[in-house]
Ligand binder design. Structure first.
Ligand SMILES: [Mn+2]
Length: 424
């Protein structure tokens, strides 16, 4: 579904937007900031949407359907096209195999191109049984049985081949392997088998691809996870080669972990592959990005910008993806909120007076350093983000347009009340 320009003409820009933009522009100019440069930076920052975020997510207790969910890969692309049209904040999809195997890669690639959507990193799946001959119940890349490991390696190589046919340039591996009880697994063997399996996958990647290695401390296994943290992921990446880097999923940390420090450390080592954006209160909650901890998100962006400007690791080498799948919200509304929050956090981090912060750090001015960060964080950048969107053809208020045009109702009328997107 594409929204026509006629439909959008019913949504004139609120004059209050221009007033607040002018006020912010004057304030930023007085602080030596160039508002047009900021707008350019906000516009060029695009975030990939995962195919599995287009349907409501389930929990182990069940799933509540929203209706009108995309029934196939073509309809998933349609939904992302819609998001792109309204927000101008996403230009790529991150596919998941086997949930999104294209029947005709050329046709899918053509459809995506028409919607101006590219293919971000491909995601393999060895965390569930999905009709393959051997079970992953006892693990995949780390399984004690070599034939299961071989099957899991082959699956990843197949995902690479599918990705190549679509023009993707990366493979994301999230390994759910681990154990549920003490004594169940041999830690060292599991790690070694994982390293050996990953080496075969890495060797099967085209030379212009990168491997994004995710980590997670617990779940679905509750005693031990083979790749529980960024340190273990880093060790494995170092064994693989330069094109293997660590993927940070914001929900894959124990509560109170200092994620911004992890980001800085990985950038310092040129080991940051990219992000899976989401938010959490307790664990891998899949909350909308920025809904629970917007200050943490801002601090992460401060490190990303600093790492780029200081020459630790270039911004363009990092991949940006959302990884969330909410159980109670309209998935498209959820994604619009997430894209907005990420843009706001980025815009605020761009406002940090880095020279002043550097001086405060060098002089031990603790209070001053906090003031620098909070001044940027507390600046209302909504008009800046809105203006960036409007100038490249997006709408001022995506969520409002989505609701007033009754897009979900139209999707339900077209796709049905009980249509369900593939995913968990
Ligand atoms: Mn993830």
């Amino acid at each position: 579904m594409k929204i026509s320009s006629d439909q959008l003409s019913d949504f004139p820009i609120d004059p209050f937007h221009l007033k607040s933009l002018q006020l912010l522009g004057e304030q930023l100019a007085a602080e030596g900031q160039n508002i047009d440069l900021l707008i350019d930076q906000i516009q060029s920052f695009q975030i990939a949407v995962p195919s599995w975020a287009l349907g409501t997510g389930g929990t182990r207790f069940g799933r509540f359907q929203i209706g009108g969910e995309p029934r196939n890969l073509e309809e998933k692309l349609d939904d992302i096209g819609l998001l792109a049209q309204l927000t101008k904040k996403t230009d790529a999809v991150s596919l998941h195999i086997p949930w999104d195997i294209p029947k005709d890669a050329t046709a899918i690639r053509q459809k995506a191109a028409e919607l101006q959507i590219g293919f971000d990193a491909m995601n393999s799946n060895t965390f569930q049984d999905y009709g393959q001959p051997l079970s992953y119940k006892m693990g995949s890349l780390s399984n004690a049985d070599a034939s299961v490991r071989k099957q899991a390696i082959e699956h990843n190589l197949e995902v690479i081949r599918i990705g190549e046919s679509l023009g993707s340039k990366g493979l994301t591996v999230w390994l759910a392997d681990g154990s549920n009880f003490p004594g169940q697994a041999n830690f060292r063997n599991a790690l070694q088998w994982t390293a050996d399996s990953l080496k075969e996958i890495y060797a099967g990647m085209p030379s212009d691809w990168k491997l994004l290695l995710e980590y997670k401390p617990y779940e679905p296994n509750f005693y031990h996870t083979v790749i529980p943290d960024w340190g273990t992921s880093s060790l494995l990446c170092r064994q693989l080669g330069d094109r293997a880097k660590v993927l940070v999923d914001l929900g894959h940390h124990l509560p109170n972990t200092n994620i911004e420090q992890i980001v800085a450390t990985l950038m310092h080592q040129n080991l940051l592959a990219g992000f899976h954006f989401n938010d959490s209160k307790y664990g891998d909650d899949d909350l909308s990005t920025g809904s629970a901890k917007p200050y943490q998100l801002f601090l992460i962006f401060c490190e990303l910008i600093a790492g780029d400007l200081d020459g630790a690791q270039g911004w363009s080498s990092i991949s940006w993806m959302i990884d969330a799948s909410h159980n109670t919200k309209d998935p498209l509304e959820d994604l619009m909120q997430a894209l907005e929050s990420i843009s706001q956090a980025y815009a605020k981090a761009l406002l940090v007076d880095r020279e002043k912060l550097r001086i405060c750090q060098m002089e031990g001015d603790v209070t001053g350093a906090q003031e620098v960060l909070q001044k940027a964080f507390l600046t209302d950048v909504r008009s800046l983000v809105r203006e960036a969107r409007i100038r490249i053809g997006g709408v001022a208020e995506p969520l409002e347009v989505f609701r007033k045009l009754k897009i979900r109702e139209k999707l339900i009328a077209h796709r049905g009340k009980s249509s369900q997107a593939t995913g968990l």
